[in-house]
Design a protein around this ligand. Structure first.
Ligand SMILES: [Zn+2]
Length: 382
């Protein structure tokens, strides 16, 4: 009996161990499948755009700075966004809400750029589509102004409700629209790819990227001229997550790289550097009065113009600078874009010639990219 009982309890024990092992196996497989799910399947691909052209006599330092700051918006800009309604590019309100939250995430940082939803593509700088199978993408910064009004500047190729990253997907795409490139292509990252594994993975479904897209969005390092600072931030919202087996070095990412969700501290610092939330101090710009500007690269000066006569005016910057000058008209308490000129990369000054009206009020914003010779810089209206 004892033996039998002993055998019986041993049998029980083995059965229980077997059952526990079975449960453990299920748990482990669930864990690995959750891990697999936490790495995205649909990735973002920034569309190919022609490289910026500069006048051949400009210095490399000057072009470096222009590339960094050149696709950023003038601070204080209100960017309008529109969701396409047609059957090809439209989406449910639930999906649009996730994108709306994405804009709010950037706004909540407290930046000098505002976002507003509009109901016509003609009023929008940012035009958003949800074409399935077309991936996630957005053009970089002010480049979106080169895209035709009936075209998309941003796309969400998968139902955002099904993406475990949720609002981080639109936050990343809006980051491109604010002018921020991919962090994993930062030359300071020191990532050594398993090139073939990367190509095999991204050329497969659901991305189905051709080699050129894989190189442009992952394998190619950005020129040092296109990254702000020398720090690599693997937790940036502008960094992809990568599954195990794609990164050879740094060794700690061989098992995969998963950026922390949300904006990183560096993301917040960077966006506040380019778009500080400041109440602009408007200096009045009167005809034939030269206004000196002491600005460092990236900085901006705001002027107000209250014409005393309706006529043709010229507004021009003076001095050896690369700058962008944008004129707005105040209308119902809001600033509306009237005209702009960007002299960056060329040895000339920003200049606007246009009709201003005596019963109206205008705001002029000048952002300095680079000062390429010593001496004062100034602006005048006449
Ligand atoms: Zn991206």
């Amino acid at each position: 009996m004892t033996t039998k009982n002993g055998n019986s309890s041993q049998d029980d024990l083995s059965a229980r161990v077997a059952e526990l092992e079975k449960q453990l196996k299920v748990l482990l497989s669930q864990k690995s499948s959750t891990q697999k799910d936490s790495v995205p399947e649909v990735y973002c691909s920034v569309p190919q755009t022609p490289p910026r052209q500069f006048s051949p006599d400009i210095s490399s330092e000057r072009s470096r700075l222009l590339i960094i700051t050149g696709n950023k918006w003038v601070n204080g800009t209100k960017l309008h966004y529109y969701f396409f309604e047609n059957s090809r590019w439209g989406a449910s309100d639930a999906e649009k809400d996730i994108v709306r939250q994405g804009f709010k995430v950037w706004e909540d940082v407290g930046i000098g750029i505002d976002f507003e939803e509009v109901s016509s593509p003609d009023d929008a700088e940012i035009r958003i589509g949800f074409q399935r199978g077309d991936g996630y993408w957005s053009y970089l910064g002010t480049y979106i102004l080169n895209i035709g009004q009936s075209e998309r500047t941003m796309n969400f190729g998968q139902d955002l409700r099904l993406d475990s990253r949720g609002v981080d997907v639109p936050v990343h795409e809006i980051g491109h629209t604010l002018g921020f490139p991919h962090s994993h292509q930062n030359p300071f990252a020191g990532i050594v790819w398993d090139r073939q594994a990367v190509i095999d993975y991204f050329s497969g479904p659901p991305n189905n990227w051709p080699l050129e897209t894989i190189e442009r969005n992952i394998l190619n390092k950005l020129p040092q001229s296109q990254v702000e600072g020398s720090e690599w931030d693997p937790n940036s919202i502008m960094h992809y997550a990568f599954r195990a087996g794609l990164i050879l070095k740094p060794e700690k990412y061989q098992g995969g790289l998963q950026p922390a969700p949300g904006l990183s501290e560096t993301d917040i610092e960077t966006v506040k550097f380019f778009y500080p939330k400041t109440t602009p101090v408007f200096t009045e710009l009167k005809p034939f009065e030269l206004q000196k500007m002491s600005l460092s690269p990236g900085q901006q000066k705001d002027f107000v113009i209250v014409p005393t006569a309706t006529r043709e005016y010229t507004i021009q910057t003076f001095g050896s600078t690369d700058s962008v000058m944008v004129l707005f008209e105040e209308y119902n308490g809001e600033l509306q874009f009237v005209a702009g000129d960007d002299d960056s990369g060329f040895n000339r000054n920003a200049r606007l010639q246009l009709r201003l009206y005596s019963d109206r009020k205008y705001a002029l914003r000048i952002r300095l990219y680079y000062q390429w010779a010593s001496g004062d810089t100034a602006v005048m209206l006449w």
